[in-house]
Design a protein around this ligand. Structure first.
Ligand SMILES: C[S@@+](CC[C@H](N)C(=O)[O-])C[C@H]1O[C@@H](n2cnc3c(N)ncnc32)[C@H](O)[C@@H]1O
Length: 254
């Protein structure tokens, strides 16, 4: 059997049980998946909401195309290409909203979560996985070190990394009962070091660094990256540490 290739669901597979348990989709839930990507989590929610439904929204047309293919045999799921910050949701539609690493990119988080809150019924739950700060991410420091790029070119993935900031954002947006669970799980980059290097090459962290190098230096940087990935190789593939917050909240009554 060929070795499994790298893909995002596989990368995050240690996180999925945490999210699944926290969202605890019920049979009657009307679910919103914010920044749903290729729709794996949306389809999983829809299958559990047997008398309800699930809507996945994302700004990426390409990801939604993949999501619709994945959902071909799921009757109660649909997808919309939309910006979650401003999309015209029906008011008080959803009993549950969740996101797996899709809510950290909002330009104005208070406005965005206030807007999303209006789409939730009073008492509805909001569950999010968000990355902790960049200095908590082994994958980031190891890859940066290998390619010689100490600066994070885009820090938006870590914008919800501080619980104090997130608490203020969500409370101002009308959410209550905030809870933060510290989840430290490794990310999977593929079955071997070569696949792991290919998996991280599209990251801006890597591509920006390599773009500044000549051919010889690029080969050296890739060799270093391969060595780093080999260092983290175990029997079931290449794993690098990461850390996230599982944030749960309730839409307030107001
Ligand atoms: C890191 S990916 C996670 C995808 C998916 N939740 C998953 O776990 O497979 C982040 C996703 O959020 C989407 N996204 C970012 N900002 C968004 C916004 N304002 N509205 C809707 N989707 C957004 C991106 O297009 C991307 O698909």
């Amino acid at each position: 059997m060929p070795a499994p290739a790298f893909h995002y669901d596989a990368e995050l597979r240690r996180y999925q049980p945490w999210l699944r348990e926290a969202i605890a989709v019920g049979p009657d839930d009307t679910v919103l998946d914010i920044g749903c990507g290729v729709g794996t989590t949306t389809c999983e929610a829809a299958r559990l909401a047997i008398r309800g439904s699930a809507l996945g929204i994302d700004v990426s047309a390409a990801r939604l195309e993949a999501a619709r293919r994945l959902a071909a045999d799921v009757a109660n799921v649909r997808f919309e290409q939309a910006d979650a910050q401003v999309h015209d949701f029906p008011p008080a539609e959803f009993t549950l909203a969740f996101s797996r690493f899709g809510t950290m990119f909002f330009a104005d988080p208070v406005a965005a979560f206030t807007h999303l809150g209006r789409a939730l019924r009073p008492g509805a739950r909001l569950v999010q996985l968000v990355w902790q700060s960049g200095n908590q991410q082994e994958w980031l420091s190891e890859i940066s070190r290998a390619v010689g790029n100490p600066a994070v070119p885009d820090d938006s993935p870590f914008s919800l990394g501080e619980p104090a900031v997130v608490s203020e954002v969500l409370a101002t947006a009308g959410f209550t009962d905030l809870r933060f669970t510290d989840v430290a799980e490794p990310l999977w980059y593929g079955p071997d070091a070569g696949t792991a290097v290919d998996a991280v090459r599209p990251l801006r962290l890597v591509s920006d660094a390599l773009a500044q190098l000549g051919d010889v230096e690029t080969e050296r940087a890739l060799d270093r990256l391969r060595e780093v990935m080999a260092t983290h190789q175990s029997a079931d593939g290449v794993w690098l540490g990461s850390r996230a917050w599982l944030v749960t909240a309730c839409r307030g009554a107001g």
